[in-house]
Design a protein around this ligand. Sequence first.
Ligand code: GLV
Ligand code: MN
Ligand code: MN
Length: 385
Amino acid sequence: MQRCDALATISEDPNRLTRTFASAAMRRANKLVGSWMRAAGLEVRVDGAFNLLGRWNAAQRGAKTFLLGSHLDTVRDAGKYDGPLGVLAAIAAVQSLRERGVKLPFNLEVVGFSDEEGVRYQTTYLGSRALAGTLTAADLARIQEKQIGKARRPRGEFLGYAEVHIEQGPVLEENHLPVGVVTAIAGQNRLRVIFFGVAGHAGTVPMNLRRDALTGAAEFILTVESFAKQHPGLLATVGLISTAPGASNVIPGHAALTLDVRDQSDARRLAAVASLHAKAKVIAKRRGLKLSWTPVQQTSAVPCDKNLAQIFSKCVAQRGHEILKLPSGAGHDAAALSAICPVAMLFVRCKGGVSHHPAESVKAADVRVAVEVLADFILSLAKRQ
Ligand code: GLV
Ligand code: MN
Ligand code: MN
């Protein structure tokens, strides 16, 4: 918990916690977390995608590797736990295993991924997708850090990936449970939508002759909200809007926004994106605006591996807690890793379900349970090898 506090002071913004991909703050965070990895006996390096990696080699050469971790980047004005908790819990679990003199039949690697949130380039999982080797040509074209491709690891190297993460929702709290086992991770679409109008004088262009890009965007944003409310299970968010030229006495000629669409069902999510596109076209046409609709990222829903989830469940039960299985509405690096190995996740109870907000909070006692369960999980895997 003290490490979470210390890490939360490393920010690119002096007044709030913001740590984005490849920033100077991320380099400082990697240095600090790297020192904790070394203290736990791990060999540390940073790969071409700025992922921080700490490795514990098996006695046997040629052994495969099990990966533990989460991400070290944050949203803007973030809480302390979304991401860092999973990296620090993994280091704590490794430290506890090493103190007990455990020998593992596989290599264990702890990773702090460099970009799960997608704040810098609006495209998520850059670190974990670089490691998995699933970055697309479009991603590579967007990203300035061209060495990112070097982070790719050989197919077949990993036995699996396990991630501890704050729940970011209210389910565990409602059920009075410290941890829960994740069943699946929701898919998401992220898009960039631009309405193009005609800039003009705020004092001279009559209201009925305007082609105001921002009022078109505003109508679309409210349409997104009402559409999502009418479709249970669908979550749709406009999180960022920018207008140009951007002056109080100029009619906006250009309004660009981000659109984030999620659903546990891939079919419902894709249908929603298509419907919202059709609605944006209607709004643009009626208002004499041009529309640009650019998909930035699409990830499908990912089921967690049943065997690994079963091991997590058994470890939770052995520590005396009821097993609660729940899906994740948030995206996680585990979704990216699922392209190359089985994945599992353990959620930690989150105060009030609050996340992506500085008030994010977890209890030390719950974190202790998560660290113990994660260490037990590794021991359990080792016995099965
Ligand atoms: C990551 O936190 C996401 O789900 O956007
Ligand atoms: Mn996260
Ligand atoms: Mn997040």
